[in-house]
Design a protein around this ligand. Structure first.
Ligand SMILES: Nc1ncnc2c1ncn2[C@@H]1O[C@H](COP(=O)(O)OP(=O)(O)OP(=O)(O)O)[C@@H](O)[C@H]1O
Length: 281
């Protein structure tokens, strides 16, 4: 049975509109008996000017969702839009250009070029694209991220937190419509991780950016405006103004780690008619 278009779509549109949107987004890997349904007909709106976190158990489809929304991976069915542009169906070259011009990426491994200094790493994607950075914006990003006195340093001369800040500045440099961050604090100690989260928050609050972050960490998710919870390739819940405690509690339901969690099956069954009760010990 299909979901009526007027029904609630996870993610909400804000007054600022929708930065990315998916309808019926389905992604299957493999074929025949070995098919894995990584995303199962996902509808989602990513609100512009907000910080959205994506959480869920390992294998629930978080990275796949991010990759499909960012046009890094093809979809098996459904549609994805970036702003008003439908990206499903675009040719590889068009997708590459769209990603380059309109999306910023932050990955767990910072992907900094060791032979380039911080300033060169920050502007590298724009240099490759042959685009001149907006110097005023770039200055603002560099100062916001506290990188002014590190610009001549190479990655090996920077701490992990500073490297991640460079990666953050690089994602922001071209003032993208949307920033995707995949476990951006995964490799950092807690202080550096907190710094990066504060900067992502700042990018949203002060610079008006839109951020989507995949994370396993309830503490990290607490920095977002909205948490989307994935389970078995579906968005099974969402939480506005999350706190670490509330997110942790919700995650316990998903993992079945807490024996007093019959609610998990209730939540699942709301979204998945075929969900059988979990047979946990
Ligand atoms: N390239 C691929 N080929 C086959 N299966 C894949 C591929 N990528 C992902 N999958 C499968 O799709 C499902 C969703 O994977 P995905 O990486 O999106 O999950 P995740 O929630 O990001 O997991 P994690 O938290 O462990 O990173 C998993 O069952 C995974 O094994």
């Amino acid at each position: 049975m299909s979901t009526a278009a007027a029904e609630h779509v996870p993610g909400h549109a804000s007054a600022g509109g929708v930065a990315a949107r998916a309808r019926g987004l389905t992604k299957a890997y493999g074929s025949g008996e070995t098919t894995v349904l990584a995303l199962d007909s996902v509808d989602v709106d990513i609100a512009r000017g907000r910080f959205t976190a994506v959480m869920g158990p390992s294998g629930s489809g978080k990275s796949t969702l991010m990759h499909c929304l960012a046009g890094l991976d093809s979809v098996s069915a459904g549609q994805v839009w970036l702003g008003d542009t439908e990206i499903t169906g675009l040719k590889d070259r068009e997708l590459t250009r769209l990603r380059r011009d309109r999306i910023g990426f932050m990955f767990q491994s910072f992907n900094l070029i060791p032979t380039l200094n911080a300033a060169e790493n920050i502007t590298l994607p724009m240099d490759i694209a042959g685009k001149k950075p907006d110097e005023k914006w770039l200055d603002q990003v560099i100062d916001t991220l506290g990188l002014r006195d590190r610009l001549k340093h190479r990655p090996s001369q920077l701490s992990g937190g500073q490297q991640q800040r460079v990666a953050c500045a690089r994602a922001l440099a071209s003032r993208p419509e949307l920033i995707f961050a995949d476990e951006p604090t995964g490799n950092l100690d807690s202080r550096a991780g907190l710094e990066v989260l504060a900067f992502l928050r700042e990018a949203v609050d002060s610079l008006g950016q839109t951020v989507v972050m995949v994370t396993h960490d309830p503490g990290a998710a607490a920095h977002s405006d909205l948490v989307l919870f994935l389970g078995d390739g579906r968005i099974v819940d969402e939480m506005e103004r999350p706190t670490a405690e509330a997110v942790l509690e919700r995650m316990r339901l998903f993992t079945g780690g807490n024996p007093q969690t019959p609610g998990f099956d209730v939540i699942r069954s709301q979204f998945d008619e075929s969900a059988a009760p979990a047979e946990e010990d």
